[in-house]
Ligand binder design. Structure first.
Ligand SMILES: [Zn+2]
Ligand SMILES: [Zn+2]
Length: 337
């Protein structure tokens, strides 16, 4: 192991990324002894690890989604706190992605690596903003790593939804949202925009909302959609997981108008495929400009890329004089984008 050669102490093995001098994996895709978890999305937080280190919020979300966060023990680390793990120090700093999401800052013999997990730079009322940490190695996601991806302002997208509600006061606005992150961000953005009506939830979304509220994120009046009166649902916002917006569940809503909040809604064909009438481009991932800006601002000379679509970003990294590498990690999906 040599501190200058990151690939000698941050290795990619059968379980994923492994920090050798610390003796732990970061977001492993299968069960390991010691895991540090960046956030609770299913492609990062798997079940069955013996020991898990994460933020308190991530541990609570893992417990709710997986039954338990770890088999033998969990350790919570607050943002900004430093912990000695084996021969390295570990610090978690906000990634701005979803509640509890953290970048993992690892230092070993004067070298600093930042594993960002998933992140975004745009404002999100439900979690603290991405914190920039200067480093030697930056490990970045690449979910929307093509120059065509520009997410724009989420507030503008929420305004579109509010306008449609005024225009079609008889129609239930069924909005597809991912259960962890997008759902709560959309609710909070609606509240910020002055929308005070009850918001109706598909049953699958309730648990994560409760955890957000338990950590002090105010979401206003929420009601279960199932069992609500038809009259109440007319002209209401009804949030549902993406899988439910096209099925029988949403056909029970009065004259459902289907919307979907996702970074993928930038791609018109995706919206058409899903039969989405009102696409809302709201993403919890960095777009192309945020990715390239962040890489630049970290000052890292070495940048490793995860999450598919890495070709364009690698080309950008190399053309700006940095050393780039595609990390072939299995099990990273764009499912919750
Ligand atoms: Zn994620
Ligand atoms: Zn991810």
């Amino acid at each position: 192991m040599h501190p200058e050669r990151f690939e000698s102490w941050l290795t990619v093995g059968t379980h994923g990324l492994y920090c050798r001098p610390g003796g732990f994996h970061i977001d492993p895709h299968s069960a390991v002894n010691r895991a540090v978890i960046t956030h609770a999305h299913s492609d990062h937080a798997r079940a069955g690890h013996d020991h898990v280190l994460a933020t308190r919020e991530t541990l609570a979300l893992m417990k709710a989604r997986l039954g338990s966060a770890a088999k033998l023990g969990t350790q919570a680390l607050g943002y900004g706190e430093t912990l000695q793990v084996g021969d390295v120090t570990v610090r978690l700093v906000p990634a701005g992605h979803v509640l509890g999401s953290a970048q993992v800052v690892i230092e070993w013999r004067g070298r600093r690596a930042v594993i960002s997990g998933d992140y975004k730079r745009s404002a999100d009322p439900t979690n603290p903003p991405f914190e920039l940490v200067r480093c030697d190695l930056f490990v970045t996601e690449a979910t929307f790593a093509l120059p065509v991806f520009t997410h724009g302002d989420a507030k503008g997208e929420v305004a579109k939804l509010l306008k449609s509600l005024k225009q079609f006061p008889e129609r239930a606005h069924v909005v597809g949202v991912y259960g962890l992150g997008k759902c709560q961000r959309l609710i909070a953005l609606l509240r910020e925009a002055g929308y005070a009506e009850p918001i109706f939830l598909h049953g699958a979304l309730a648990a994560c909302c409760q955890i957000y509220e338990s950590f002090g994120v105010e979401l206003g009046a929420l009601k279960p959609a199932t069992g609500a009166k038809r009259e109440e649902l007319k002209g209401a916002v009804v949030l549902a997981p993406p899988s439910a917006i096209a099925d029988r569940w949403s056909r029970r809503m009065p004259d459902a108008l289907t919307a979907f909040a996702s970074g993928w809604m930038r791609v018109r064909a995706r919206a058409r495929q899903r039969g989405v009438e009102l696409p809302l481009v709201i993403s919890d991932h960095a777009d192309w400009r945020e990715l390239t800006r962040t890489i630049h601002e970290t000052g890292a000379h070495e940048v490793w890329v995860t999450h598919g679509r890495e070709d364009a970003l690698l080309h950008h990294i190399q053309s700006t004089g940095r050393h780039g590498r595609a990390l072939a990690l299995i099990g990273r999906e764009d499912e919750e984008s």
